[in-house]
Design a protein around this ligand. Structure first.
Ligand code: HPA
Length: 264
């Protein structure tokens, strides 16, 4: 049986939607990964807290490759992830949700590919549609059903962090067309594609980005906003857990076909 995984970002560290949760550590060729396995209405779901159970792993130190490889080892075929983001777009306001459809990579020093010339050789995968179309459709349908404001498109710019951006950086990123800024969706999204796993990401706007607001930024406001608004995000995720047919084949699951496929 193929599985769905939930990768929880800031403010979504706990597997609140699951029952009979057990904790696990799994060894991968890229290091170890921690995850929880639990049940939602009888279906086994994997919960992986990106920053660790107590938010102790900063964005640039997350072992993205071990995490994604572990999910592949566990027969995960679809990942719904959440991220806290700052908004560069005046129409995307704190407390609102954005379903990402593009990203811009401004990270600097992360192991971001399985195709590094070693275990899996070299491959260049298409990223015209970085996020899974069918998973995005399921999330959009869930948002409509629940009557929740979910912006259907958003370009995410991923910065290295862990510091927030300068207003000058944000001004430049806005000119490039970024709607939201965060520190984790790259390389997570591209590793999912390389591992032939369907992947979509729901971003929660927790603040206006530096310079868009006159206020200085704080991590506390990010946490407070997540705590106040994560209910909507969980309602959507619950609905997707209920309705998404993870066994149904998808384009994403053949992304590396021209290079022999991705096998653990
Ligand atoms: N910048 C980067 N990452 C973030 C922000 C931000 O303004 N808000 C939440 N995560």
């Amino acid at each position: 049986m193929k599985k769905i995984a939930f990768i929880g970002g800031t403010g979504a560290e706990n597997s609140v939607l699951l029952k009979d949760v057990t904790e696990h550590i799994i060894e991968t060729p890229y290091g170890e990964a921690k995850y929880e396995a639990g049940f939602f209405e009888g279906r086994e779901i994997i919960h992986l807290s990106r920053h660790g159970a107590h938010h102790t792993i900063p964005p640039h130190k997350i072992n993205y490759r071990a995490n994604m490889f572990a999910l592949k080892m566990l027969d995960v075929a679809a990942v719904i992830s959440t991220t806290a983001v700052g908004s560069l777009n005046p129409d995307y306001k704190p407390g609102e949700l954005v379903l990402l459809d593009q990203f811009i990579d401004m990270t600097k020093a992360r192991e971001g590919t399985f195709y590094d010339g070693e275990r899996y050789g070299v491959a260049h995968l298409d990223m015209s549609h970085p996020y899974c179309a069918s998973l995005r459709e399921a999330i959009l349908a869930a948002g409509r059903k629940e009557g929740i404001t979910l912006h259907p498109q958003g370009t995410y710019i991923c910065t290295e962090g862990p510091r927030f951006e300068t207003p000058a950086e944000i001004k430049a990123y806005r000119m490039w067309g970024a709607d939201v800024v965060g520190m984790t969706n790259v390389p997570e999204c591209q590793l999912a594609r390389e591992a032939e796993i369907c992947y979509a990401s729901i971003s929660m706007v927790t603040n206006f980005a530096a310079g868009i607001t006159k206020e200085e930024l704080s991590h506390q406001e990010v946490l407070d906003c997540m705590a106040e608004n994560s209910r909507n995000m969980y309602r959507i995720v619950t609905d997707v857990f209920e309705t998404y047919d993870v066994e149904k084949d998808c384009h994403c699951r053949h992304a590396a076909e021209a290079f022999g496929g991705f096998h653990v």
